[in-house]
Design a protein around this ligand. Structure first.
Ligand SMILES: *[C@@H]1O[C@H](CO)[C@@H](O)[C@H](O)[C@H]1NC(C)=O
Ligand SMILES: *[C@@H]1O[C@H](CO)[C@@H](O)[C@H](O)[C@H]1NC(C)=O
Ligand SMILES: *[C@@H]1O[C@H](CO)[C@@H](O)[C@H](O)[C@H]1NC(C)=O
Ligand SMILES: *[C@@H]1O[C@H](CO)[C@@H](O)[C@H](O)[C@H]1NC(C)=O
Length: 368
């Protein structure tokens, strides 16, 4: 009895000793983090003061380690936070300057790198990041990072989230991006990215949000986009895209938001868009011509339908009064003509929704 108790006691001791050993961070991870910290300057919150002592897995602000491997897994530093550190400093938003040291690539098990909303971080995205096979989240939004997206980003087969929004990234969307078959969230809004959307972008079968607005993209919208059956939010607005709207976009299972406004898109409005699951549709400020398709029905439910500033002609289709809901409708600045249909969707609309057309008439404009 006594020996059994002794053995189990020793086993527990040994286990806890092992635990405390394995829970300590690897010296090479600690060295990489200190090198990473040395190129960053955060003057207000002094959060890097916590990056001291030998155990980088313990109370280093924003650092967490994998329980099994004890390797550094996450660096999560957000400049907009409810964290007590921010509250005590009487601010909800942080400020940081400096750049990302390539030393971050010496953390072989890194799965998340978040350095978001610090306003002033700059320099390039280190190309060596693509050698981190476990990377799942790359969030550098809201800074001044520049240079191009690493061309071989497509090597990161586990990558699920790429958020580089609101930086100064230039160059093209790398062709290899189509290989990121785990990608669910891509946000490149508000950069200076040019060139075309890769034709095989539709290979990104897990993608649910593709946000590419406010860039300098050219060329046409790849029809392959309509194969991304999980895609719910597609924002290509405020670029220089041309060519037609692929009709397939109106046949997508869960697409709810389609923003193509502020481009040079031509052709006509595909009839498929009208009876689709899309509830926010902004096609404003393009070169879209032809008629508004007369195929509204019970499946048409639009919280926003903005078709303003195009080259639409003909009448506002009568079937639009059969739509289940049309919240905000704007057809101003086109070449529409004829009587505005009567009915529920129109009762709450103002004259400005119909202004600057060739010869529209009836409520809320002048009688015909
Ligand atoms: C934080 O801000 C509030 C209101 O601006 C002020 O009353 C308070 O004294 C500030 N606290 C600190 C610690 O600076
Ligand atoms: C995508 O992956 C395949 C297979 O691993 C590879 O042959 C191809 O070169 C990759 N494409 C790009 C553009 O990197
Ligand atoms: C649609 O896009 C235009 C142009 O980018 C913008 O001005 C407008 O506010 C958008 N409409 C709605 C309802 O958001
Ligand atoms: C607008 O549409 C008319 C035909 O309705 C066409 O003649 C004209 O070229 C179009 N304008 C532009 C700028 O696309």
């Amino acid at each position: 009895m006594a020996t059994t108790a002794f053995y189990s006691f020793s086993a527990i001791l040994l286990l806890s000793l092992l635990f405390s050993l394995t829970n300590a961070c690897f010296p090479s991870d600690r060295a990489a983090l200190l090198a990473f910290k040395s190129t960053l300057h955060e003057p207000n919150l002094h959060l890097f003061d916590s990056w001291s002592g030998s155990n980088c897995c313990h109370r280093w602000y924003g650092v967490s380690c994998d329980r099994e491997t004890s390797r550094v897994a996450d660096i999560n530093l957000r400049g907009e936070s409810e964290d007590p550190l921010f509250r005590n400093a009487n601010t909800s938003s942080g400020f940081m300057t400096g750049s990302i040291s390539p030393a971050v690539c010496l953390l072989p098990r890194l799965s998340a790198l978040t350095l978001a909303d610090w306003k002033a971080l700059s320099g390039p995205i280190p190309p060596c990041l693509t050698s981190l096979p476990f990377l799942r989240i790359l969030d550098l939004a809201g800074n001044r990072f520049s240079g191009q997206i690493p061309p071989d980003l497509g090597r990161l087969s586990r990558l699920a989230v790429v958020n580089l929004a609101d930086n100064q990234i230039s160059g093209q969307i790398p062709a290899s991006i189509a290989n990121l078959t785990s990608l669910t969230h891509l946000d490149l809004r508000g950069n200076q990215i040019s060139g075309q959307i890769p034709y095989n972008f539709g290979n990104l079968r897990m993608l649910s949000r593709a946000l590419l607005s406010r860039n300098k993209l050219t060329g046409s919208i790849p029809p392959s986009l309509s194969y991304i059956y999980r895609l719910s939010d597609l924002d290509l607005s405020l670029n220089s895209l041309s060519g037609p709207i692929p009709a397939g976009l109106g046949k997508m299972a869960v697409l709810a938001t389609l923003n193509l406004d502020g481009n040079k898109i031509s052709g006509t409005i595909p009839a498929t868009l009208i009876g689709s699951g899309i509830s926010i549709l902004n096609l404003s400020r393009n070169e879209i011509g032809g008629d508004i398709p007369d195929v509204f029905g019970a499946r048409s439910y639009f919280t926003v339908m903005d078709l303003s500033y195009n080259n639409l002609s003909g009448r506002i289709p009568k079937s639009i009064s059969a739509a289940t809901f049309v919240g905000h409708l704007d057809v101003s600045h086109n070449h529409l003509c004829g009587a505005i249909p009567a009915g529920a969707p129109f009762d709450h609309l103002e004259a400005s929704s119909f202004a600057y057309n060739d010869c529209l008439c009836g409520k809320p404009l002048n009688p015909c």
